[in-house]
Design a protein around this ligand. Structure first.
Ligand code: ZN
Ligand code: ZN
Length: 338
């Protein structure tokens, strides 16, 4: 089959590789679409769990092409999405029922073969049939599952006032989930453009534009309109600078959620006195496990809208162009269609 294969950071090629052989508990998925997100840029750099050689692609949608001898409930031709995570079940954290912290965490597209190929083998227990979703919508199931986990971490109280930094594909989903799950007032702060317009149309009570060259403008606007700050500030841009300043918008007793994927070497400065004195809570949210079913409930019912998020498609051999589109902030999100 054809696949994108990384041999080392920044070095990938479009090449022929052997078709994956499925185990009895696996199914073979003929990939119809694979979403590309900021995580793929980190993997390109060799960060974020990346192990080489690697077929990338962690937002996988396609049709069942074959099922292993022990697989029940899936048949050839089913339209499905794949939860790209696998947990070992026997490490320190798995045995404490904290599988997200699995010490042998397997993530298709990050440290084992992913969906930027014609076929990918996935454990049947991690495959979810889809019904109403187009392929473009189906690649948003994985990001929605990650946002579901984010919601579990945030644990909003009904009536909370929330500030969300970022209106990328994940921000667009988080915004809708926040609105449906406790945010009485949602302010979205992000650079102007089609992403912010879509997030605003789907979920915002208030929109504040962030000028990349001049942060003083959104600072003034946010502090003037919200002198008591917000119950919850979610930093979903991945910008260390915005993460650093996010803390100043949290009200006393409020929380800051570190949600973006940041450069591993980035460092920021927070005042421990401020965290102490203002009783702030800082939380991280990383990936997801076991959130696909809830994500699908929101997506299949149309309560969470993702039909306008994927704005461009690329052929598999044009993966480099898809990365370039991401880097140059072209459109909202790309999908690769093998
Ligand atoms: Zn992703
Ligand atoms: Zn484990």
């Amino acid at each position: 089959m054809k696949a994108i294969v990384y041999h080392a950071p920044k070095q990938f090629s479009y090449m022929d590789v052997p078709d994956p052989q499925i185990q009895p508990d696996e199914a073979l998925i003929r990939v119809r679409a694979c979403g590309i997100c900021g995580t793929d840029l980190h993997i390109h750099e060799g960060e974020f769990l990346a192990e080489f050689p690697l077929i990338p692609g962690h937002e996988i949608a396609g049709e069942i092409a074959a099922v292993g001898s022990a697989v029940k409930g899936l048949k050839v031709g089913d339209r499905v999405v794949a939860d790209n995570t696998e947990l070992c079940g026997h490490c320190f954290y798995c045995r404490r029922d904290q599988p997200l912290y699995c010490e042998n965490f397997v993530s298709h597209g990050c440290n084992v073969a992913g969906g930027l190929a014609e076929y990918v083998a996935i454990k049947a227990e991690k495959i979810f049939p889809i019904h109403n979703l187009s392929w473009r919508e189906a690649v948003m199931v994985e990001p929605t599952a990650c946002a579901m986990h984010g919601m579990d971490v945030i644990a909003l109280k009904p009536g909370n006032e929330v500030l969300l930094f970022g209106a990328g594909p994940t921000g667009i989903i988080l915004a809708q989930l926040l609105r449906l799950n406790g945010a009485a007032h949602l302010t979205i702060a992000a650079p102007p453009g089609p992403k912010l317009e879509l997030a605003a149309r789907l979920a915002a009570d208030e929109v504040v534009t962030v000028e990349r060259g001049d942060y003083s403008r959104h600072r003034q606007q946010l502090l003037a309109a919200h002198p008591h700050g917000f119950d919850c500030v979610v930093e979903a841009t991945g910008s260390p600078r915005l993460c650093e300043e996010a803390i100043q918008y949290a009200r006393l007793g409020g929380q800051v959620i570190v949600y973006g994927v940041y450069p591993e070497a980035a460092r920021i400065t927070w005042s421990p006195y401020e965290i102490f004195k203002r009783e702030l809570t800082i939380k991280g949210s990383f990936a997801q496990t076991h959130c696909f079913d809830r994500a699908l409930l929101y997506l299949e019912s149309g309560k969470i809208r993702v039909d306008a998020v994927v704005t461009q498609e690329f052929a598999l051999q044009d993966y480099g162009l898809a990365l370039e589109a991401l880097r140059s902030r072209q459109g909202i999100k790309s999908a690769v269609v093998p």
